[in-house]
Design a protein around this ligand. Structure first.
Ligand SMILES: [Zn+2]
Length: 65
């Protein structure tokens, strides 16, 4: 769904970095490079990004009118 605003493990704010992360990936950077550029160093926060599946657009197609 939507990435959590804060890391579930350590509580750091990560929600604001999701869009820049996706932008870096679309520019051809690897996930490691994108996370390094954004300064996300702890593995709990990195896991939140790497395991995130963005389903919002798929789900919104099935929204009841
Ligand atoms: Zn964390």
């Amino acid at each position: 769904m939507i990435i959590p605003v804060r890391c579930i493990t350590c509580g750091r704010v990560i929600g604001d970095k999701w869009q820049p992360y996706k932008d870096y990936l679309s520019q051809g950077k690897t996930a490691k490079e994108a996370l390094d550029i954004l300064g996300i160093k702890s593995y709990c926060c990195r896991t939140a990004f790497l395991s995130q599946v963005d389903l919002l657009e798929d789900i919104s197609k099935h929204k009841k009118a």
